[in-house]
Design a protein around this ligand. Sequence first.
Ligand code: NAI
Ligand code: MG
Length: 357
Amino acid sequence: MTRTVLTLPGDGIGPEIIAETERVLERINERFGLGLQFEQGQVGGAAIDATGEPLPGETMEKAQRADAILLGAVGGPKWDHLEMAQRPEKGLLGLRSGLELFANLRPAFLYPQLASASSLKPEVVSGLDILIVRELTGGIYFGQPRGVRETDDGERQGYNTYVYSESEIRRIGRVAFEAARQRNGRLCSIDKANVLEVTRMWRDIMEELSADYPDVTLSHMYVDNAAMQLVRDPKQFDVIVTGNMFGDILSDEAAMLTGSIGMLPSAALNAEKQGMYEPCHGSAPDIAGQGAANPLATILSAAMMLRYSLGAEKAAVAIESAVSSVLDQGLRTADIDSEGTQRVTTREMGDAVLAAL
Ligand code: NAI
Ligand code: MG
């Protein structure tokens, strides 16, 4: 069976980190006989420069045909003056909504080799391994009506609508229960059920779903408490499921517990398990073109792609082990460098992962 992977390098450090990840995927493809075919496309600022649009029709068609998409990052100062609808970020949002990528998986995993990068005490974070499942295509970021209007007494009034339908909640809930089942059987649903009706219903639906997953222990927490608990005792969590806005905030908070933005992958999946995979970080224009970027977040995103969209768990584990072994060897790009380790470039990090494979 042939499956297609579309790579979209994007802007800034995007092309550098994607180049290393492509090398890793090609090696994995041979070694595990996965029959993957690779296609390239343009998105973001690179696409604006080439075609005038952040998400050209050709890219969208390739994305629809692909089994999985690997994206670098988009954006940069060159395009900051553009109107909202013309900006590089529109390319990303267009892919997310066009492919209905409603399930955002954001792991926060602390590599023991990098424990000193965390701002929390080692005993609080060592062994941290959380998966946040964030709803990505609904909730207050998309609800209608929205806008700024003038009231009768001439005051401006801003408004957004927090809306979720039952089916939207059920499908994200199922992704989270499945993920919890594959991990340690613990799921915490985060809401504000004491104040917001939408999330009261969210809580009820999670309870209903739990009947189908007797092997998963479901708990609930209010979002304000969750923000606190994540820094007090993050290891109490395993899988977290939450709506778009709470998930946006909590996933960034959880990510920073690991201290290393250059290490964190992410996935966005739809109902067919088609997915877009990208590092959590942005296009890092400050270091673009210098060979200084850490490619590991993107390489680890490729591992998630193999696991969640391509059904190649063994290949995913092989990549994750190779990354761990490279860290064991003391090799570090500048963002994760510390005393007693060896500084390497983006390309050298890619070479080391290949060697470890
Ligand atoms: P950023 O994540 O690009 O950079 C933040 C800091 O982390 C910078 O100092 C950067 O050098 C460093 N950094 C990021 N990734 C790194 C890596 N792999 N290796 C080493 N260091 C790394 O966030 P920032 O500065 O807020 O945004 C820069 C641009 O990226 C903006 O145009 C923004 O809109 C865009 N962006 C794009 C995202 C995406 O494509 N998904 C997500 C976030 C930002
Ligand atoms: Mg965010």
